[in-house]
Design a protein around this ligand. Structure first.
Ligand code: OOG
Ligand code: NI
Length: 493
């Protein structure tokens, strides 16, 4: 797998980072046209971010040190839902053209959402800064449907659809053979790939089948009932999610009840998310089902397919605030505290108990250190190590840095102001939050859960590849930065 998307030797080839960037811009334009409220949300987020950068110099300096400042306005993720293994594995190959690889495994079944998921994204620090675009990609778990005849109908419907154009498949194969695309090919790739993600309001299924699917689970209707995996939301990154949440209401953008994830903190951790509620959109359900051949063979046949009107609720907009990535130890603490807060609330957080939920959350998370140096020394979060430009140089010998004292040597250098730590931003997702986002947009209040056990191996088999472990990626980003930092200090001394 070509992980280093910048290392393309042939200069006529476009870098995967540039293709991803072009695709992400085109996708955002398309979605603003399809869902104008998303455009309003972007305006609001841009205003709030500019305000934070102008009034909080520490945050601005930190984003400048990590290189994130340049990507802030480009930043977004999207989400799609796929129907079967063939779709998932071709999607993996499509994303690989753009330097996006599957990272992490999320099992949503315990939270009552019949999917399991991964996130396609760039994996090295430089590529992420060039374009952080990610796509949360879910695969429907039809094995969790108990109704056998409905399951069969769903499987057949999915087998009959082709979500990729012939042209994009050819370009993917060409990319795999040659190792890159030249600019015109890349442009065509973007245009053709986008067709997979656009909205088609004419359904390939009848209203009756759609309604049976809907009753089983709204998510199943959203996947099986449509021609393709329409992008269901895009999500810009904000530096102040609480302000955006309040601002949404004022602008007539209806927000979901609560912000998912950790509470508001001085040093943000992981990911906080909220969304505006999904729109009710008009769709046309197929009535007659004349094939092309029928139409040709019988001149009297009415060649126009017939449709009846209906509606569907699926597409929305989301915002996220990202914080530092947590180590396994930090993540375990996060999960424990989040569960404690939810147990104490004793219900799914919603409109009626939102204030109470935030109060409990803040009180329980008081236990989570809220200071970068403390998070670092306690081994709870990942950081970049950077030499401080104006610092007085010291001599560090390699033996100082051999375990187990190395961490103390480092902490000492940080205290002396010789090395600076900067948070490594969390690039991934959170299963409990994701379930909350799904649920708030599915018009389904009942909290169900599926007991079918989580199966990463099955997911990877359907994907046709293993997913990357996100913790290993952060670990190696941190280790790389330490190596660079120390060698530059040693050179200066
Ligand atoms: C995906 C929901 C999860 C997130 O940001 O956690 C998600 C979906 O609704 O398909 O996007
Ligand atoms: Ni999302």
């Amino acid at each position: 797998m070509n992980n280093n998307s910048n290392a393309i030797s042939d200069p006529s080839m476009m870098s995967s980072d540039d293709i991803r960037h072009g695709f992400s811009v085109a996708m955002s334009e398309m979605y603003q046209n399809e869902v104008p409220l998303y455009g309003d949300l972007i305006e609001l987020v841009t205003e709030v971010n500019d305000d934070v950068l102008n009034t909080q110099p520490d945050i601005k300096a930190q984003l400048a040190h990590t290189g994130e400042i340049d990507r802030l306005n480009l930043e977004r993720h999207g989400a799609i839902r796929l129907g079967n293994a063939a779709e998932l594995s071709m999607m993996r190959r499509l994303f690989a053209v753009m330097g996006m690889y599957p990272v992490g495994y999320y099992d949503l079944a315990p939270a009552g959402v019949p999917v399991h998921s991964t996130a396609f994204r760039a994996i090295d620090a430089e590529s992420l800064n060039n374009s952080p675009f990610r796509v949360f990609t879910s695969l429907l778990r039809l094995d969790l449907i108990a109704d056998e005849s409905l399951k069969q109908a769903a499987i057949e419907t999915l087998a009959n659809r082709q979500i990729f154009t012939d042209a994009v498949v050819k370009l993917i194969e060409h990319f795999e053979n040659i190792g890159g695309l030249i600019e015109v090919e890349a442009q065509e790739f973007i245009t053709e790939a986008l067709k997979t993600f656009r909205w088609y309001d004419k359904t390939p299924v009848s209203k009756a089948l759609y309604e049976r699917l809907l009753k089983q689970h709204p998510l199943i209707a959203d996947v099986v009932g449509f021609k393709g995996p329409h992008i269901n939301h895009l999500t810009p990154r904000t530096l102040d999610i609480d302000t955006v949440q309040q601002g949404m209401q004022a602008r007539g953008i209806p927000p979901k009840a609560i912000i998912e994830g950790p509470p508001k903190r001085q040093c943000p951790i992981l990911l906080r998310q909220t969304s505006f509620k999904a729109l009710q959109e008009p769709v046309s359900f197929r009535v007659a089902n004349y094939t092309q051949d029928n139409a040709k063979n019988n001149a009297n046949t009415h060649t126009e397919e017939q449709y009846e009107k209906g509606q569907h609720t699926a597409r929305f907009g989301e915002i996220e605030q990202r914080g530092v990535a947590l180590t396994a130890k930090g993540r375990a603490l996060y999960d424990t505290l989040l569960n404690k807060a939810r147990d104490q609330l004793g219900a799914t957080p919603n409109e009626s108990n939102a204030a109470e939920y935030y109060r409990i959350l803040e009180q329980i998370f008081a236990e989570f250190p809220d200071d970068y140096e403390e998070l670092h020394s306690a081994g709870l979060a990942y950081f970049y190590y950077q030499p401080v430009d104006e610092a007085e140089m010291v001599e560090i010998s390699d033996s100082d840095l051999t375990a187990p004292e190395a961490k103390n040597v480092l902490i000492n250098l940080i205290e002396k102001g010789i090395i600076r730590i900067e948070p490594i931003v969390y690039e991934d997702f959170l299963p409990v939050s994701a379930a909350g986002i799904f649920q708030s947009n599915l018009q389904q209040d009942k909290q169900s859960r599926y007991d079918g056990s989580s199966n990463q191996q099955e997911f990877e088999r359907d994907l046709g590849a293993n997913v990357y472990n996100e913790l290993e990626l952060y670990e190696s980003m941190q280790a790389d930065s330490l190596k660079k930092c120390l060698s530059s200090l040693q050179n200066m001394a």
